[in-house]
Design a protein around this ligand. Sequence first.
Ligand SMILES: NC(=O)C1=CN([C@@H]2O[C@H](COP(=O)(O)OP(=O)(O)OC[C@H]3O[C@@H](n4cnc5c(N)ncnc54)[C@H](OP(=O)(O)O)[C@@H]3O)[C@@H](O)[C@H]2O)C=CC1
Ligand SMILES: CC(=O)N[C@@H](CCC(=O)OP(=O)(O)O)C(=O)O
Length: 347
Amino acid sequence: MAFSVAVAGASGYAGGELLRLLAGHPEFEVRTVTANSNAGHPLIDVQPHLRSLAHLTLVDTTPETLSGHEVVFLALPHGKSGELTAHLNADTLVVDCGADHRLQSEEDWAAFYGGDYYGAWAYGVPELPTGSGRLRDLLRSARRIAAPGCNASTVALALAPGIRAGVIDETDLVAVLAVGPSGAGKSLKLPNLASEILGSANPYAVGGTHRHIPEIQQSLRFAGAENPTISFTPIIVPMARGILSTATARLVPGTSAAAVRAAWEDTYADEPFVHVLPPGHFPRTADVLGANTALIGLAVDEAAGRVVTITAVDNLVKGTAGAALQSANIALGLPQTLGLTTNGVAP
Ligand SMILES: NC(=O)C1=CN([C@@H]2O[C@H](COP(=O)(O)OP(=O)(O)OC[C@H]3O[C@@H](n4cnc5c(N)ncnc54)[C@H](OP(=O)(O)O)[C@@H]3O)[C@@H](O)[C@H]2O)C=CC1
Ligand SMILES: CC(=O)N[C@@H](CCC(=O)OP(=O)(O)O)C(=O)O
């Protein structure tokens, strides 16, 4: 029998993508979909691309509507899931796509988010290396999982191999990302209006202010860093979905290009969803649309003494909903790849 599932925030981008993936998953049956202003509407009116879920109607997001399911996915604005989850049964698998349970440091939470702090959950980037294994090990049998921020997981996956192998300087990390506006959610925000972004590339959160910085640092600590510092700059570009991250790091002097390549390839050799591309190949966002893959291209800039990583991710799949589903598969003892694809949509 399939696991019964509720999706909160089902009218949004992340909720919609969760539903698209869940609809094709053999072991999950979506029974309840919740929203806020859209509660009371048929799901199909709000998410017209989800044809196979046309029988569902959006209801209010309350502990009552979410109770009684074996799995609950939350795709709500930051600050909305902490209190809600306190009312859910401890046996229920809850996967939160928001930031409420990502950070282990209450100080970082206060500095970058603010409001009540509800504590950190198992972090849903299974491939990230830890001292003794992978974050995957902590997801097995977890009942509370925090899915990652899309930018944060992209940059962490890109740089973690160099930290793990000790070939990059953790105090000299730089990431500049081209990101699609869907990462900001469906609710219209002036800087993300089509008229503002078509034909333009718009930087935001410049100068060490982005909320994902402490999340990236935390992930790099999992991989072995002590006190990593990173300069992080996102730029919204006119593509609906996708992240193209250019993350570079100063190489530890004396590190050969072969050692760099070995560090990245060894880290992800057994990972179905993180692919290190052959020398001279670099990914495009078009290669990952709809797919749960992170594609990493790698080069050594000898003159600058830096490793250059180019990573492409679909923010709504590997960056959010796919990571949530992959983590749920692991927690429930299912194959991690179930309901997920490595194939993108082209052109
Ligand atoms: N978009 C992305 O690429 C990523 C998103 N996330 C996270 O996922 C979560 C959802 O983001 P996203 O889908 O982009 O956002 P959207 O704005 O597209 O959707 C927000 C959802 O939350 C509902 N909602 C809004 N206010 C409330 C409220 N007060 N109480 C209950 N529900 C409410 C909305 O309902 P209604 O439509 O009825 O108002 C809608 O279903 C966020 O925490 C986000 O940070 C994480 C990684 C990447
Ligand atoms: C374009 C844009 O605004 N993107 C978002 C990505 C948000 C994300 O990954 O989700 P969380 O908000 O859950 O961390 C941003 O940079 O904040």
